[in-house]
Design a protein around this ligand. Structure first.
Ligand code: ADP
Length: 458
């Protein structure tokens, strides 16, 4: 238990110690009195000699007692003063203060949670048994230079921590300083994950590009060699080569779009756009594909413009991906329904939702959380056969992130899937950014809708 330095308990062992000094003083006193009585020493000199003996008998005891009792009161190590303890406790990252031998003087709550085996007054080496950490500790003591090591934690999830051991000169409670080591842990998990994702991405992208490239060079070899004079084979191979080249172009296109959206992820679009003409344009553009797959595209759109803060080109890409996927993977349902309706986010903010529903085979629940990962497909063969790149939904997610929106995916296997893009509704200040051109456009749109409704009415 820590007690203040001015506590009255500090010098409690003092009377026991005094007994030894008293014996010394008594013997010295008797000897000096005898010398004075026999005229060997003047009383003044005897007094001075007695004072010196008394000082040398009492002062060391007192100092010794003070040091010993302070160590008892404050704990094992004199550097564990309240200020030092408060600094370690207040550090946001896990932090441990060690003495020169590697014994824990103090550790904060974050460190105790990270490595529960670390205990006060015990050697840190025993708790963190990694050879790399032990070497870092030893080298930091020997060189008085900071050393780094990696600390891996596997429970409850994998975590990579960078451990830095910094030798410090810490003032002790009674003046002077002691060399200690400050051991801090810094979570590198997010950086590691990004690094892993980047490496995976490059590997996947190269693999995806290499496959059509290998097919193209194979067909070129065949056309230059065995099939040189075979007009029928040439026709067929050129068709396949065209498909592969289109696939490569699409992949590169998707990769570039993805990196463009990522680059501007922090800048939210601030131009007001009407979602309805964008959705209609995408629907019209995909009519040939729908006809080819015998699918009917139905739109359930409100009459009034639906204005959001958005980037028109990105929104075109977003709806193109969602509706095209519904046509490709949900073709067996024969129908794709696109609807727009207002709703509220889980936080209660108003939002506008665009739902693309198909009635195809749907998606098994275990795939749902991973669908927006780059290159993730439920069935790679099916996706490739449909000309897919595995980047569509990832792009959708990034575009929505930039628009501060969300993607909701619901699916019941054998009963289709619904992909919903939810956009925050614009707040009043943004409306002021409506350009003159957009204002006129919105008015025209409103009057056309009004006119259409009047014509439709019987
Ligand atoms: P792809 O280029 O392969 O279409 P996406 O990222 O757009 O890549 O989609 C990822 C995967 O999600 C697809 O390969 C497909 O397996 C699945 N998927 C997407 N939309 C649907 C849907 N409407 N119905 C069933 N599966 C879907």
């Amino acid at each position: 238990m820590a007690v203040e330095a001015s506590s009255p308990t500090m010098f409690s062992p003092w009377p026991d110690r005094l007994r030894h000094s008293a014996i010394i003083l008594l013997s010295a006193g008797l000897a000096l009195v005898a010398l004075v009585v026999f005229g060997e020493l003047s009383p003044t000199r005897a007094g001075i000699v007695f004072a010196c003996i008394a000082a040398s008998a009492l002062v060391p005891w007192r100092l010794h007692d003070a040091v010993a009792s302070r160590e008892e009161v404050l704990g094992v190590n004199p550097v564990e003063a309240p200020a030092v303890r408060a600094i370690i406790a207040g550090m946001p990252d896990p932090a441990v203060l060690l003495d020169r031998a590697g014994r824990v003087i103090h550790l904060n709550t974050a460190a105790a949670q990270l490595a529960p085996a670390l205990r006060k007054n015990e050697l840190a080496q025993f708790a963190l048994r990694s050879p790399e950490i032990i070497t870092a500790l030893r080298e930091a003591i020997a060189s008085t230079e900071p050393r780094r090591a990696t600390y891996l934690d596997h429970v409850p999830v994998d975590r990579w921590m960078e451990l830095i051991v910094t030798p410090l000169s810490v003032p002790t409670a009674f003046g002077g300083a002691d060399t200690c080591m400050l051991m801090t842990f810094h979570d590198q998990t997010p950086l590691r994950r990004v690094e892993e994702m980047r490496a995976d991405f490059v590997a996947n992208a190269s693999h995806e590009l290499r496959t059509p490239l290998a097919a193209l060079s194979g067909f070129i070899d065949t056309l230059q060699g065995p099939a040189k004079d075979d007009a029928k084979a040439r026709e067929r191979f050129l068709g396949i080569m065209h498909t592969q080249a289109t696939r490569m172009a699409r992949l590169i296109d998707d990769l570039l779009s993805l990196s463009r959206v990522e680059l501007s992820a922090h800048v939210r679009p601030d131009t007001l756009v009407d979602l309805l003409p964008i959705i209609r344009q995408v629907g019209d553009g995909l009519e040939p594909l729908a006809a080819e797959r015998s699918v009917r595209i139905e739109m359930d759109l409100p009459g009034d413009p639906v204005m959001i803060a958005g980037d028109r080109e990105e929104l075109l890409r977003l709806f193109e991906n969602l509706i095209e996927n519904a046509l490709k993977y949900g073709a067996s349902g024969g129908q794709v329904l696109v609807s727009v309706a207002p709703s509220t986010s889980p936080e209660g903010a108003p939002e506008m939702r665009v739902a693309v529903r198909d009635f195809g085979p749907g998606i098994a629940p275990e795939h749902l959380p991973r669908l927006t990962e780059r290159f993730y497909r439920v069935d790679v063969g099916d996706s490739r056969a449909q000309g897919g790149t595995g980047l569509g939904l990832s792009l959708v997610k990034h575009i929505l992130n930039r628009h501060r929106g969300r993607l909701l995916i619901e699916s019941v296997p054998k009963n289709g899937a619904t992909f919903t893009a939810a956009f925050p509704q614009v707040k009043t200040p943004l409306r002021h950014k409506l350009t003159q051109f957009q204002r006129v456009g919105a008015v025209i749109q409103l009057s056309l809708n009004h006119h259409k409704r009047s014509v439709d009415q019987p």
